[in-house]
Design a protein. Structure first.
Length: 233
């Protein structure tokens, strides 16, 4: 969330480019890690699954864009009771699946915006944007939250898709920039408060999928401060 791709989206969203945000859709669909991971067992046990694996990137992005979440309602499923390891020294070995491998749901933000989340190990891929934010004046495509750059696109009402210039974030960075931000920013952006809230949101979504009821998210957090455009070197 500290790189130029995400922070550029945040900058233009805060500036009102698409008006008041009404909704977002976050999508992550893969075939699962077993085609490439030599020891993928933990992905398919309780505590694993697509939401707890990749959800931290997406939910952190949604909270940073739209603010904290107050409730979650979810559903979950699995297509197979076992998977086959596709590479490495255990290639061909079968492993049991004891957790859900497709999780979807709706998050209600304190702002009133609604986010739809789709996290799946039960497909091949998706042509849907990683994150799409809809507002009263337009729609914005936010780049992959598992990366640090990427193009931000906007389609205003009556217009056409257009790329937005890079306007914010740490340039040319990667994993580890959060440590730099932790020790240099007046208020840490990748804070424990944010991490706890994101975990609470995901656990609430899984709990809702199990109970069939909407679940209140007990924690909250502030939106992290934006990152001005800057380089570390």
């Amino acid at each position: 969330m500290l790189g130029t791709g995400f922070q550029t989206a945040r900058h233009h969203l805060d500036a009102g480019l698409i008006g008041r945000p009404a909704a977002a859709v976050a999508t992550m669909v893969t075939a699962g890690p077993e085609p490439w991971h030599p020891d993928p067992d933990f992905y398919y046990r309780p505590g694993g699954g697509p939401l707890l694996d990749m959800g931290p990137y997406y939910v952190t992005a949604l909270v940073t864009l739209l603010g904290p979440v107050v409730s979650a309602i979810g559903a979950a499923s699995r297509t197979r009771d076992e998977r086959v390891i596709g590479s490495g020294y255990r290639q061909g070995e079968r492993l049991p699946v004891t957790t859900d491998t497709h999780v979807t749901g709706v998050l209600t933000h304190a702002s009133g915006a609604l986010s739809t989340l789709i996290m799946s190990f039960d497909g091949a891929t998706s042509r849907a944007p990683n994150i799409e934010v809809h507002g009263e004046l337009g729609t914005m495509i936010v780049p992959d939250p598992n990366r640090f750059d990427g193009d931000v696109l906007v389609h205003r009402v009556g217009g056409a898709w257009e790329p937005l210039p890079v306007t914010a974030g740490y340039r040319d960075t990667g994993r580890g920039v959060g440590v730099y931000d932790l020790v240099t920013a007046p208020r840490p952006r990748a804070s424990a408060e944010l991490a706890l809230h994101v975990l609470d949101v995901m656990e609430s979504l899984l709990r809702s999928a199990a109970t069939g009821r909407a679940e209140t998210v007990g924690s909250t957090c502030g939106r992290p401060e934006p990152v001005a455009l800057q380089s570390l070197v």
